[in-house]
Design a protein around this ligand. Structure first.
Ligand code: ARG
Length: 715
């Protein structure tokens, strides 16, 4: 059978159409409500989202900026993924008290661990500001438009800040709609429970982005407030936040075909990306990112494996680099396998036919082509700048001097410059905190070699020929860069707090490049910023204009049909069912995994598949407590649904027809890795940690009984 590649534009012609595709706006969910009911949803739409009363939306938290969490008790307890809590957990861990390795469950409130850099925010309300934005920005475009809009947003931010709120003004449908979202941020967040990494990240990068899965990808935190239930900085006197809404937790389990819905904060999709964009991803940007990250990961892994302290320093960074390294491998593979470019080309031909000579819409595709053609020669440079050049800690510190140089050039007020210089000390401290010298040197050498080899010769900064190769040139380029690295690292003042302080106290316009590392960084940055950065910015502005016209045309073409906007880190609902799939011919994947599978994958001594003895004992004794599935007689670990999610949805609640929590969404599957660009009905699945697995770990593995007492279980 020919693979069905579904049109990238979501169109629910009318009710009764399958509705698994689509990240819908909760405040417009009425338009989907009948379809949801037909699929088995039993609550009212008011219970999902209400302006006046508390509703489910009040339990859905934007966690740490890039994830979702949900309130599961009246005492401000939130559930999210382990990989969402990872950075905080690693940050709290030391070689002596290694929560990442050993797991943790607070036996009482006073033992919960404050997470200094973690915050969460609640969505308060939304306003359609499309007309306001149009009025303010008139017919402006590009930079002028952005500046006008930004000025107004700043004003809105100031107004809301006075009331204790934050504001996001975001474009939807390529800027054909604008909504202002108001949030309330809480900053006293404490770790309540986490499984050991062996469970929370079971399967590691080998299993990542793949089904079947056995990862218990959860962690729990508590939101604290002041005595008035309002946000407050950490204080011993703060108390658990009293939420407006909390989700009951179902221990009844799931069957294939059951209603399932995900409520969360999907980060970014590009479902309206043109065939030119797909081409660029497949042939330019994705391979560049993958090549650079492969190198970075190899170096980091080698050093992390040598020493537990180094491991803790880099664990979180490594995990996030590896996550999107594999993502881009999978995305390229599936974009090709599912012929997404060809499908898009057909849709675009169809669009042009519809446009029928219209003076705006009929030029959209030519405009895309021209913009992409102009940008393409510079894509690699931008990617290598961000992904390779900017990655060593030393480079990050040195890069901070660029702004100072710029201020000198612009003859800014001395007080302002002094203030900016003072900030460099803070950024040095932050960069050095998680740096291991050997790892950083290896990265520095390898990343420079990559830049030298792969960035087009006519775009190269002068430092390579004028300095690096003049001093250290040899036929062996890696040796050249190793020698250069030694020279830089032994002569810079940037790796030592005292030397840095001395350097900064004498800094002026003429001596700013005296430090070897600063000189190196400013040379590469000036070359990039003076000549190439603008190419990327111009392209982005052009593309934004074309996108707006393209999508406006699509909305016209599909008038009367439901469409959903691309994900943009705003609250969304996606609904569908628990559903198995066939990854390829003659292979059928079940919709759930079990504890037996966890044991099958177990590999003693393998960092990704190891399990501690106490976990093994529980599994071998089939000690599943009340958490075993009644019908199957075993512990279900994970299951899949056909919900439409993406990064940012991590940690989102998966909710049944009764509005009860059945699991935590934590991943997507390999066969649908092209999903952020093109939704595939046949393959797209959401991977969920069954809430019974989570509770089993909390109860039996971590002994977190006190925590369980506050959860509203439905048996
Ligand atoms: N792929 C998951 C996501 O982006 C993250 C999984 C984290 N686990 C890992 N092995 N890196 O949501």
């Amino acid at each position: 059978m020919k693979k069905l590649v579904v049109v990238a534009i979501a169109i629910l012609a009318s009710l009764g159409v399958r509705a698994d595709e689509g990240m819908w706006l909760p405040f417009l969910i009425n338009q989907n409500y009948e379809a949801m009911q037909k699929m088995g949803f039993k609550l009212s739409s008011e219970e999902l989202y209400s302006i006046n009363k508390s509703s489910m939306k009040d339990a859905i938290v934007h966690f740490g900026g890039g994830c979702t969490a949900e309130i599961i008790s009246k005492e401000g307890l939130v559930l999210t993924n382990h990989h969402c809590g990872y950075d905080a957990i690693a940050g709290l861990s030391t070689v002596e008290k290694n929560y990442l390795m050993n797991g943790f469950a607070a036996q009482s409130r006073d033992l919960e661990l404050p997470c200094p850099n973690l915050s969460v925010r609640f969505f308060v309300r939304v306003e359609d500001v499309t007309d306001k934005v149009a009025k303010i920005t008139k017919k402006l475009k590009g930079d002028a438009f952005d500046k006008k809009l930004e000025k107004w947003v700043k004003q809105m931010e100031a107004e809301q800040k006075a009331l204790g709120y934050e504001v996001d003004v975001k474009p939807f449908f390529g800027g054909n709609k604008y909504y202002m979202m108001v949030f309330e941020r809480f900053t006293d967040i404490r770790l309540v429970a986490t499984p050991q990494e062996n469970l929370g990240k079971f399967g590691g990068d080998t299993d990542n982005w793949m089904w079947p899965r056995h990862t218990c990808d959860f962690s729990m935190f508590r939101i604290y407030s002041n005595q008035d239930n309002k946000p407050a900085a950490y204080s011993k006197n703060n108390r658990p936040y009293q939420p407006k809404y909390s989700l009951p937790v179902s221990l009844k389990g799931v069957q294939e075909g059951d209603y399932a819905m995900v409520y969360g904060y999907p980060g970014r999709t590009q479902r309206y990306l043109s065939s030119y964009g797909v081409d660029l991803a497949i042939n330019e940007s994705n391979p560049a990112v993958v090549k650079i990250r492969t190198k970075r990961l190899g170096i980091m892994r080698e050093e992390m494996d040598k020493d537990e302290a180094t491991n803790l320093k880099y664990a979180s960074n490594y995990a996030s680099i590896a996550n999107y390294w594999k993502y881009f491998i999978g995305q390229t593979e599936q974009l090709k396998a599912q012929h997404v470019m060809e499908t898009k080309q057909k849709q675009e031909a169809d669009y042009l036919k519809w446009a029928n000579g219209d003076k705006v819409y009929s030029h959209v595709m030519d405009n895309y082509k021209a913009a992409y053609d102009a940008y393409r020669p510079f894509v690699k440079h931008g990617t290598y700048y961000r992904e390779a050049f900017m990655t060593p800690a030393l480079t990050k510190i040195a890069a901070g001097f660029y702004a100072i140089m710029d201020m000198y050039k612009k003859k800014e007020a001395p007080e302002k410059i002094t203030e900016a210089i003072a900030k460099l000390k803070t950024s040095q401290k932050a960069a050095l905190k998680n740096m291991d010298l050997m790892t950083d040197k290896k990265l520095f050498s390898a990343m420079n070699l990559l830049l030298y080899q792969d960035v087009p010769k006519d775009q190269q900064p002068s430092i390579f020929s004028d300095d690096v190769f003049k001093r250290f040139g040899s036929a062996d380029w890696q040796k050249t860069f190793n020698d250069y690295t030694e020279y830089i690292y032994s002569n810079t003042a940037l790796l030592d707090a005292d030397k840095m302080a001395t350097l900064l106290s004498n800094l002026n316009e003429t001596n700013i490049t005296n430090d070897v590392a600063v000189n190196y960084a400013l040379n590469i940055m000036s070359n990039y910023k003076d000549n190439y950065e603008k190419k990327g910015l111009d392209f982005a502005a052009q593309k934004a204009d074309i996108d707006k016209a393209f999508i406006a045309g699509l909305m016209k073409k599909n008038e009367g049909k439901l469409m959903y906007p691309d994900a943009n880190s705003t609250q969304r609902i996606t609904y569908g069912q628990v559903k198995a799939y066939q990854p390829k011919d003659a292979v059928a994947f079940n919709y759930y995994t079990t504890a037996e599978g966890l044991l099958e994958k177990y590999k003693a001594g393998d960092a990704e598949f190891d399990l501690q003895p106490n976990i093994l004992d529980l599994l071998r004794n089939k000690d599943y407590g009340d958490y075993a599935d009644k019908k199957l007689g075993t512990l279900v670990t994970c299951f899949i649904t056909n919900n439409d999610i993406t990064g940012g949805n991590s940690g989102s609640p998966v909710i049944n027809g009764n509005g009860e929590l059945i699991g935590a969404a934590f991943d997507g599957n390999w066969e649908a890795m092209s999903g952020d660009i093109s939704f595939d009905q046949k393959y797209k699945r959401t991977i969920v940690a069954d809430v019974r697995y989570i509770m089993w770990v909390l109860d039996k593995v971590l002994g977190g009984h006190a925590i369980m007492d506050e959860i509203n279980f439905k048996k």
